[in-house]
Write a protein that binds this ligand. Structure first.
Ligand SMILES: Cc1ncc(COP(=O)(O)O)c(C=O)c1O
Length: 485
């Protein structure tokens, strides 16, 4: 049976159910599979005609032992997870007309209109299956820069096994994103808008880490997390890379690159591990905005934290790409001692300079770029004028990076991952397109509905967030304990 260990080496090997329900490994590391399954070219060729759901079943079966989730149950969880997606194919991949060999992987047809739905819908349904079987309940907490929170809230809403606490930096996400969390009527979803976050969403992660380091509180409210530190999110996020490649490549082995708007490296970690499993992605293009920690990492070999900038692609205003450590583990022959030493050095000094060998190992097959707001806006405008295709600001960051790196990428196919629907960013798009009425592509019925709902939720100040959460979460847990069925 495939077991899961911490990338820092200090936790016992566990099965997939424990890894997913724990969230963090007990030593504060990230769970990783003991081995990465390997997929041959013959196997990939057999998978080429599969639907997204059928492919997800095949790939997830490599990570989830049948003795823990029987095949029929896994199939049912996948079906339920994607049954509410707006498009039958789950992830459409149209080709752009204004650029050669360029495709857009539209990952935003889940209930909250971002790629987070692709991972969250499956993970929450899987957790719900485990908890129902055990007759237990969990509190899950996530910090969000705008999209993880809505996805967690939406898929947890109404599930008696779960309570969701979604923390967002007040004023640093869009009105649409905030309303997706605050207009749900279900009592098991708690949105917390946090004032005074100088480092944006990263500040919230620090507080969450403190809650996880408090064993009695953790036990009392049965705390876990469904953000991308949870292995379940990464595991399912390998699937859309396989799917995208198999849809677009004519033959297995054809060079196809993928451009990914990146912040925490959760999405790209799925892709990077898919490539290590045998998916022949040519280049990954790491697309950052002005908050360019990943670009620094991939171009200079330095992992460092710099002050945050507010940008038009606010969901990737992220300073510390936590999932890089997970990918790095597989680049340094699973040397957990090294990961532990580097993460400690980073925690103490805010900087790690990687040695030449490690740098060469992790950067192989990656290109990177940092994109200014001006370039993001120009890319949205130009693509809309050229072919009436409307990009959200994050997808535009990926497309702009692809344009700028064209000489290195070459003429082969490129898939840009479209990580959010434009309707979540109406104010920016209105300014970008300089129109009083937005085109239909920038609207969505669910966003319009949320505008007509009352908002509810908590607010707190960052300086007192830990205490505020201890109090609110304990009180809520006592009041609702025993409600799980
Ligand atoms: C729209 C959008 N694009 C890209 C990202 C970056 O994803 P990741 O943090 O996994 O790199 C996020 C979230 O962080 C997002 O919400």
């Amino acid at each position: 049976m495939l077991k899961y260990v911490s990338n820092k080496g200090g936790s016992p090997a566990v099965d997939i159910e424990t890894a997913i329900l724990n969230g963090y490994a007990p030593d504060g590391g990230l769970y990783v599979p003991e081995q990465l399954p390997q997929i041959s070219a013959e196997q990939l060729a057999k998978w080429k005609p599969l639907s997204y759901q059928a492919l997800a079943f095949e790939i997830l079966s490599l990570f989830i032992d049948r003795s823990i989730v029987p095949a029929e149950e896994l199939r049912a969880i996948i079906e339920t997870a994607y049954s509410t997606f707006e498009k039958k194919e789950v992830i459409p991949i149209p080709q752009l007309k204004s650029r050669k060999n360029t495709y857009i992987m539209e990952l935003f047809y889940g209930s909250t209109l971002s790629f987070k739905d692709v991972g969250m819908s499956f993970l929450i349904n899987l957790i719900n299956f485990f908890l129902k079987r055990k007759g237990e309940k969990l509190s899950v907490i996530v910090a969000t820069t705008g999209d993880t929170g809505p996805a967690a809230a939406s898929y947890v809403a109404g599930k008696s096994t779960l309570d969701a606490w979604v923390l967002y930096p007040k004023g640093l996400i869009t009105d649409e994103q905030e309303r997706q969390m605050t207009t749900l009527s279900d009592n098991n979803v708690h949105a917390v808008g946090v004032f005074n976050c100088p480092d944006g969403g990263d500040d919230l992660d620090v507080v969450i880490a403190k809650l996880f380091a408090n064993p009695s509180f953790k036990e009392q409210v049965k705390l876990s997390s469904v953000n991308s530190l949870n292995w379940g999110r990464i595991m399912i996020q390998t699937v859309h890379y396989f799917y995208g490649y198999l849809q677009v490549a004519d033959t297995i082995g054809e060079a196809v690159s993928m451009a990914v708007p990146s912040g925490g490296f959760g999405n790209l970690c799925g892709g990077a591990l898919a490539r290590k499993m045998g998916l022949p992605i040519h280049y990954f293009i790491v697309a950052n905005n002005k908050n360019e920690c990943l670009h620094r990492l991939f171009s200079t070999g330095v992992f460092s934290k710099k002050p945050i900038y507010e940008t038009v692609s606010s969901a990737i205003d992220i300073l510390i790409p936590i999932n890089f450590w997970r990918y790095l583990y597989f680049c340094v022959d699973r040397d957990a001692e090294k990961i532990k030493a580097w993460t400690e050095e980073f925690d103490q000094t805010g900087k790690v300079q990687f040695d030449e060998k490690s740098f060469a190992a992790y950067r192989e097959g990656f290109l990177s770029k940092s994109i200014s707001d001006e370039k993001t806006i120009a890319t949205i405008r130009q693509t809309f004028e050229a072919e009436a295709y409307l990009l959200d600001p994050h997808t535009a960051v990926a497309l702009a990076a692809t344009d700028l790196l064209k000489a290195q990428i070459g003429d082969h196919k490129v898939i840009c991952l479209a990580t959010a629907h434009p309707a979540k960013f109406s104010t920016i798009l209105q300014k970008t397109l300089n129109v009083s009425t937005l085109p239909e592509a920038a609207t969505h019925a669910s966003i319009e509905l949320a505008k007509r709902r009352c908002q509810k939720g908590y607010t707190a100040d960052h300086a007192h967030l830990e205490e505020a959460l201890l109090d609110a979460m304990e009180t809520n847990w006592k009041q609702t304990q025993g409600n799980s069925k």
